[in-house]
Design a protein around this ligand. Structure first.
Ligand code: IVH
Length: 658
């Protein structure tokens, strides 16, 4: 079959299966079969340079579009914390002041360290999955959540008209490690923790990637619901969940205040043997009537509390203290330690930040140290155990010369600095890693190992050399550990970044203290790279988010030009920043209801998104417009009640400026 015909056929097939899977919940083929079709299409399209109208671009790899927003029926609250028995006692006393002469039973549950989710079932059918967001409004991530097999698509027994069921999405530790191993092989950045991986996966727009990662879930909370649900306590609710096959954690128990205290200890005791991370226990008043009597203070209920466990920490031994050179020339001390597993991550290097920290800890090689890691926080050495020193410890030598290029180092306050710039291989590597990273030019297939090779072999002496790598095609393909295919993919990936958006390029330049949001502000303000490059101090200071230090950094960066901008510009074609004349929709929340003759709802949604608007599914006081088709239903009524501006079909073109 000619390639073009095969592509056409594959696109239709994939569209059809996408629909069967996501809209109708009725897949005809297995995930593996779907992935094979997808891989074949991707390959053929790459060959012909076609991507635009393909289903592949719809599940494209770079998250750029926003998720739809949706208001929760009942807000998703947070919990107040206690850290010890005294604080728990106060919580319990406050409850007893408000509920007198009644027995109070508590539920005790693990506090899962994942991402909160709220599922809505209407007439028993799963219709929506929404993240917590700000507690009032979250993001609709239904498709991603549906990749989790053990989430029931239907409530078979006792389904009310509608119900919000809440739980926590997470990765098991072994799955998290596998994901990171794969990311490493792919040359992509690894996730710092299982929680971070779950957040990244839940909000990933590439469904193929999401499907490859086995997200998991426990349910524990009842949100808003219709009055035909008759459940009076947390115990009854968890029973309801179990009967309907929702995963509920097996460590949950019920009992008196004394029981609660013992259960917290038990949960803490089993923490290290669990296959997932928990960061505490949640204690809730079991009876819903009592919960209602107790009510809320600001954003947390009075009837529940999180008993937080201390951050995980373990002892290890310092094998060495070394110094690494970053892209800006700052030389940072770090300890290599005997590897320890803390909160799901295998830790063998711990930063020591700067010379002051080395002095403060009085750390020596061979010392026994306490390593702590809380959630997403990078590991820290919190204590040197000086009591167990046996005389084998060696003082840390502060280097006088750069460990990478050998030039003399300068001391700048608590920092050491090498100011050789890109001629220092470590700075070039650091810079190069930033330039190609996901948030910058987003070039797949460049992990630290290959980057190091490219620099060691002299193929990359400055960043612009990245775009001339084809010269070394034969040499690269014969490098051990890099297959022909992965080098071909790498070339494709590099080529696809030759016309970056202005803000992407500014961010990729890696000017000190200019991250994504400043890069975006600069792009909006100056519109073209040439204008930015010619900007004076006064011009830069006109931007609200830019102060004296950042303005000076930018000027100094262009002045010293550590990266060879002209050479880079020879290779790239940077898009100017275009302000859409239709930015009247920028950030506006728009609900679409009813059916239309001229457009499909999907089309309207896509146009809104293109123009910076946010299609939303529920009408709330935050809604800016409601686009009204035929037979609009209850959203129309609600919009009228709230006095929200309506756009009828005859006005759509005008409204969208089509
Ligand atoms: S109950 C009003 N139960 O912790 C009740 N939350 O810090 C609030 N969480 O947003 C939630 N395990 O994402 C509850 N067994 C559990 C939980 C739990 C984890 C999360 C949840 C919540 C956050 C509050």
């Amino acid at each position: 079959m000619p390639i073009n015909d095969e592509i056409k056929k594959l696109r239709e097939e994939i569209d059809r299966h996408n629909k069967l899977y996501h809209t109708e919940d009725n897949p005809e083929i297995t995930d593996a079969e779907f992935d094979a079709l997808y891989a074949r299409l991707k390959k053929l399209e790459k060959k012909l340079g076609l991507i635009d109208s393909s289903p592949i671009s719809k599940v494209g790899s770079k998250p750029s579009k926003n998720f739809e927003k949706h208001d929760h029926l009942k807000p998703m609250l947070s919990l107040s914390n206690v850290f010890n028995f005294e604080e728990f006692n106060k919580f319990e006393e406050r409850i007893n002041k408000r509920i007198i002469n009644e027995e109070i039973i508590y539920s005790v549950e693990p506090k899962f360290d994942g991402i909160g989710i709220s599922l809505t079932y209407e007439n028993g059918n799963l219709v929506r999955a929404v993240t917590r967001g700000d507690g009032i409004t979250g993001e609709v991530v239904t498709e991603n959540v549906k990749t989790i097999d053990n989430i029931p698509r239907k409530i078979e027994q006792g389904a009310p008209q509608n119900i919000e069921i809440r739980g926590e999405i997470f990765f098991r530790l072994n799955d998290f490690e596998k994901i990171n191993e794969q990311l490493e092989i792919d040359g992509s950045k690894k996730f710092v923790s299982p929680r971070n991986a779950a957040a990244g996966t839940l909000r990933n727009l590439d469904l193929v990637t999401v499907k490859q990662r086995p997200l998991d879930v426990f349910f524990y909370g009842l949100g808003g619901h219709s009055l035909d649900l008759n459940i009076q306590s947390q115990k009854e609710f968890l029973k309801f969940l179990e009967i309907n096959d929702f995963p509920v954690n097996e460590l949950v128990s019920f009992g008196s205040k004394e029981h609660a205290r013992e259960s917290v200890d038990q949960i803490l005791g089993s923490r290290d043997s669990l296959s997932y991370e928990i960061d505490g226990a949640v204690i809730k008043v079991n009876d819903f009537n009592q919960q209602n009597k107790l009510g809320f203070v600001s954003k947390a209920p009075r009837w529940a509390i999180a008993w937080k466990f201390p951050a995980s920490e373990k002892y290890s031994k310092v094998a060495d203290v070394l110094f690494s050179v970053g892209r800006t020339g700052i030389v940072t001390p770090y300890a290599t330690i005997e590897p320890v597993l803390i909160s799901g991550a295998n830790i063998s290097n711990v930063t020591l930040h700067n010379l002051d920290e080395v002095k403060r800890l009085d750390i020596k090689v061979n010392d026994t140290v306490l390593v702590k890691r809380a959630g997403d926080v990078i590991p820290q050495i919190t204590k040197v155990n000086a009591e167990v020193r046996d005389g084998s410890e060696k003082v840390v030598n502060i280097p006088e010369f750069c460990p990478s290029c050998g030039d003399p180092l300068k001391e700048e306050g608590p920092f050491l600095r090498c100011d050789v710039g890109m001629k220092c291989p470590a700075q070039l590597l650091g810079y190069f890693e930033h330039f190609v990273s996901r948030k910058a030019m987003n070039i797949d297939g460049l992990g630290t190992k290959i980057n190091q090779h490219l620099i060691d072999l002299g193929y990359v002496k400055e960043v612009a050399d990245l775009y001339k790598l084809r010269k070394f095609e034969t040499e690269l393909k014969s490098l051990e550990g890099f297959g022909e295919k992965s080098i071909d993919n790498l070339f494709d990936s590099i080529e696809s970044t030759r016309s970056p958006e202005l803000e992407t390029f500014i961010n990729a330049l890696g000017m000190p203290e200019v991250g994504e949001s400043t890069a975006s502000a600069l792009a909006r303000h100056f519109k073209s790279f040439d204008t930015l490059r010619l900007a004076k101090y006064e011009d830069l200071m006109q931007i609200d988010s830019i102060g004296d230090v950042v303005a000076r950094n930018i000027l100094e960066f262009f002045e010293s030009d550590p990266v060879g901008i002209d050479n880079l510009l020879q290779e790239l074609n940077i898009n100017d920043f275009v302000v859409s004349e239709l930015s009247h929709l920028d950030g506006k929340r728009i609900v679409i209801t009813g059916s239309f003759n001229e457009f499909s709802r999907e089309e309207i949604k896509d146009i809104i998104k293109e123009k910076g608007g946010v299609p939303s599914s529920g009408v709330s006081p935050n809604t800016d417009f409601v686009i009204l088709g035929e037979n609009p239903g209850s959203k129309y009524k609600k919009a009228m009640e709230l006095g929200i501006e309506l756009v009828t079909e005859d006005k759509i073109k005008n409204f969208l400026k089509l």
